[in-house]
Design a protein around this ligand. Structure first.
Ligand SMILES: *Cc1c(COP(=O)(O)O)cnc(C)c1O
Length: 380
């Protein structure tokens, strides 16, 4: 069979269970199709409570949640905002929406997340920093003790981009609850999905109420339409929230499946010294959203070669996120690394790594196939 005739194996696609349809049906049956409604309120309570946070605002995307978190943190034009370098552009686009200035912070090798020492360098270099955006990449918790300690010491607001790490825990606490604000994404490829959506969570209920206000066009409490500030159309719809309510009870099960995939790859490649799986944080438990590998520097197999071999059999895989400081659109911004003036650790991971298919609907045969193809690239 040629590649095109084979069923496609995905990197990470939505996995539905049936309850989602029930909640959506309920929204239709009650004609609660408009934005807002009972599912939105319930979903906010359910996610906040699962995370161990006091409140949440359900929004149209994780990006919208980051944008509102920055506004609530008081970030204004010209403010410097340190942000993880190795991430998806959604982590830093909203900084630029506000005409603030992102400064990209290199990764550390233990978790691939924001390097605390590099962050401290940035905090010393730029005196008027109001907020930091740190990411839990691929569902692996960042070094939160060090990062929260620095943010406290320098008096800056921590915003956790936990878009990829819903359900991941650091020292017994959910990622997303360490910063003043945390954000989750329910985009189609994330660990649970609403088809598209996001949430801002915080223990500061007033701030979350203000996020809801800004997300509904900043309508003043008046009978007529009155506005005293600029708002956004960022709220989640009641139909979409219904999908989320059906997904959330399955989060633990999704994480268990993702972990099994990671462990299977790790075991399957343990005899290939050129392959290293992405690191996990021993201080916590990740959600294993994507399983990634890196190849040794002197390896004669390239990530592109492995990706080509998988794609030839209709199996989706992806490069590691390309670091933000290497993106043409962000070229003018500063990049802080501990490793001299080089491209940094994130760029090294990008060049040597790739994301393996991590779809929880993969069958044992799918997994065997993927592993066979990867292994066949190496002379064993
Ligand atoms: C997916 C993602 C986002 C954005 O979420 P959307 O819901 O797609 O807007 C932000 N940051 C990271 C790290 C992500 O992976």
């Amino acid at each position: 069979m040629t590649g095109e005739n084979k069923k496609r194996i995905y990197l990470s696609s939505p996995t539905m269970h049936g309850e989602e349809k029930q909640f959506v049906k309920e929204a239709f049956d009650t004609n609660w199709i408009a934005p807002l409604g009972p599912h939105v309120n319930a979903f906010e309570e359910e996610v906040a409570s699962a995370a161990g946070s006091k409140s949440g605002a359900a929004l149209s995307s994780g990006t919208a949640a980051i944008h509102l978190a920055l506004k609530l943190a008081g970030v204004k034009a010209g403010d410097v905002v340190p942000v993880s370098d190795l991430t998806f552009s959604a982590s830093c686009n909203p900084i630029v929406y506000e005409k603030a200035v992102p400064v990209f912070i290199d990764s550390e090798p233990d978790t691939w997340n924001m390097c605390p020492e590099a962050l401290e360098r940035a905090l010393k270099m730029y005196p008027h920093i109001k907020a930091v955006v740190c990411v839990h990449l691929y569902g692996v918790p960042a070094k939160m003790e060090e990062l929260t300690g620095l943010c406290e010491r320098y008096g800056v607001t921590l915003i956790e981009d936990a878009a990829e790490s819903l359900g991941a825990v650091y020292r017994g606490r959910m990622t997303g609850t360490f910063g003043k604000f945390g954000i989750y994404s329910f985009n189609g490829n994330k660990i649970i999905t609403t088809s598209g959506g996001g949430m801002l969570i915080s223990d500061d209920e007033e701030a979350v109420a203000r996020a809801r206000f800004l997300a509904t066009q900043a309508r003043d409490p008046a009978r007529h339409y009155q506005h005293s500030e600029i708002g956004y159309n960022y709220r989640m719809s009641n139909v979409v929230a219904g999908i989320g309510r059906g997904q959330l009870p399955h989060l633990k099960e999704h994480i268990a499946r993702k972990k099994a995939i990671y462990e299977q790859y790790k075991t399957a490649f343990s005899d290939i010294p050129q392959i290293t799986m992405n690191p996990q944080n021993p201080q916590g438990e990740g959600n294993y959203w994507l399983s990634c590998l890196t190849l040794e520097e002197d390896c004669d197999v390239t990530p592109a070669q492995i990706m080509d071999a998988l794609e030839a059999e209709n199996i989706e895989c992806r490069p590691i996120w390309k670091p933000m400081h290497l993106q043409p659109v962000f070229r003018q911004y500063d990049f802080i690394t501990l490793r001299g003036k080089g491209e940094g650790l994130g760029a090294d991971i990008f060049h040597r790594g790739l994301c393996l298919p991590s779809d929880i609907k993969n069958t044992p045969e799918d997994m065997e196939n993927i592993i066979r193809i990867v292994r066949s690239q190496f002379r064993l």
